[in-house]
Design a protein around this ligand. Structure first.
Ligand code: PLP
Length: 388
């Protein structure tokens, strides 16, 4: 059976061009970038080239890019780094109630250590109101962190508006752009952000590598101490093949972004339209327009997301019930609850995320199979019987 992979938001396959770019750095060019002989300098040169590529993707300067082990580390670094470097100026952080766990759990950690965190609500589409950000700022606020685009429902937040508010108030502004980078255009200056997180494995790069953009002059402390790598901002021998792969992935993403976004938006809308037409008691989660080109998230009444997933898997279709990190948890998604869904609706959610190798035939296959799965599950559903 040919598999249909529709979980690109969980992770993307590494692009063959990326693998090709990485391979020499495992073997011929294996040097430690801190070594001063030529093996080391070759590796160092490759890292610096990748740094320029990542900086170009987001309109930054290359010395504002710090390579990390992924999006989670970039988020931790941004939040803890700013919190501890600026605690003399205040202890208040503003974030949203729909962030990825990498931000939410870091905020909870900081709360246990004396910081105060405001979790802003969102509207029914998952949008944070910039006004709410402005109203939450106090003279103790040191950081605002709102994600660029939701990993679960795909909603794209009004970051530029929030950036203006943060700048006027003189408060650092971080955005988790892990799902946005490489998929929609990003310019850190237009957005007005001081810190921005990226992860390579969401844009056809390898797992275990990412970056934090840090605007020049931003006060943040490092939490990896040791050698002098990354201008002393992140000790540890660099993941050279990973960083090289990240650079190549970013370069490809930049070349293909607008065409790919158009293609995926078309397929996304076909899928949304087809699902809403062919299944009753179904709703689209997230914003209909301010939405990532590759995200479809729906809630289907009277069925469990997990049951739909398992049945789709039997047909060779991979999707998700929420973020990859929470898919082993039985708790309803905090994001869907924040959008105002009931726990039952949240449990009946399904996320399809499309990507480079998604075809129209695959979308048709889902549209053919899912309505039949839903009908079968509803016929056996205690949830439906209890309604009647
Ligand atoms: N932030 C968001 C919005 C994500 O979707 C993810 C991954 O699912 C992360 C952070 C974590 O990134 P990584 O897997 O590179 O640690």
């Amino acid at each position: 059976m040919k598999r249909v992979y529709l979980d690109y938001a969980a992770t993307t396959p590494t692009h063959p061009e990326v693998v090709k770019a990485m391979l020499p750095y495992f073997t011929d060019s294996f040097g430690n970038p801190s070594s001063i002989y030529s093996y080391g300098q070759e590796a160092k040169g490759a890292i610096e080239e990748a740094r320029v590529k990542v900086a170009n993707l987001i309109g930054a300067r290359s010395d504002e890019i710090v390579f990390t082990s992924g999006g989670t580390e970039a988020d931790n670094f941004a939040l803890k780094g700013v919190a501890y470097a600026n605690e003399n100026g205040g202890n208040h952080i503003i974030t949203s109630s729909v962030e990825h766990h990498a931000v939410i759990e870091t905020c909870k950690f900081l709360e246990r250590r004396g910081f105060r965190v405001t979790y802003l609500p969102v509207d029914e589409y998952g949008l944070v109101a910039p006004n709410d950000v402005g109203e939450a700022i106090t003279d103790k606020t040191i950081l605002i962190s709102v994600m660029h685009a939701s990993n679960e429902v795909g909603t794209i937040e009004p970051i530029t508006e929030m950036g203006k508010i943060a700048k006027e108030a003189g408060v650092y502004f971080h955005t988790d752009a892990v799902q946005a980078a490489g998929h929609i255009p990003i310019d850190v200056n237009k957005l007005g952000v001081d810190l921005l997180s990226i992860s390579a494995h969401k844009l056809y790069g390898p797992k275990g590598v990412g970056a934090l953009y840090v605007r020049k002059g931003t006060r943040l402390i490092s939490f990896m101490h040791g050698g002098e790598q990354e201008r002393r901002r992140r000790a540890s021998t660099e993941n050279v093949p990973g960083i090289v792969g990240f650079g190549r992935a970013v370069e490809l993403a930049q070349q293909e972004m607008s065409e790919e976004a158009e293609r995926l938006t078309y397929l996304r809308d076909q899928l949304i339209k087809g699902l809403l037409e062919r299944i009753d008691h179904i709703r689209l989660n997230g914003h209909p327009i301010l939405r990532l080109p590759n995200n479809v998230n729906v809630s289907v009444d009277f069925v469990e997301g997990e049951s739909m997933l398992l049945n789709l898997d039997l047909e060779g279709i991979c999707a998700s019930t929420g973020s990859a990190c929470s898919s082993s948890s039985l708790e309803p998604s905090h994001v869907l609850l924040a959008l105002g869904l009931s726990p039952e609706q949240a449990h009946g959610s399904l996320r399809f995320s499309l990507g480079k190798w998604t075809t129209e035939e695959e979308i048709e296959r889902v549209l053919d199979i899912l309505p039949r799965i839903v009908a079968k599950l509803r016929a056996m559903s205690p949830l439906l019987k209890s309604q009647g």
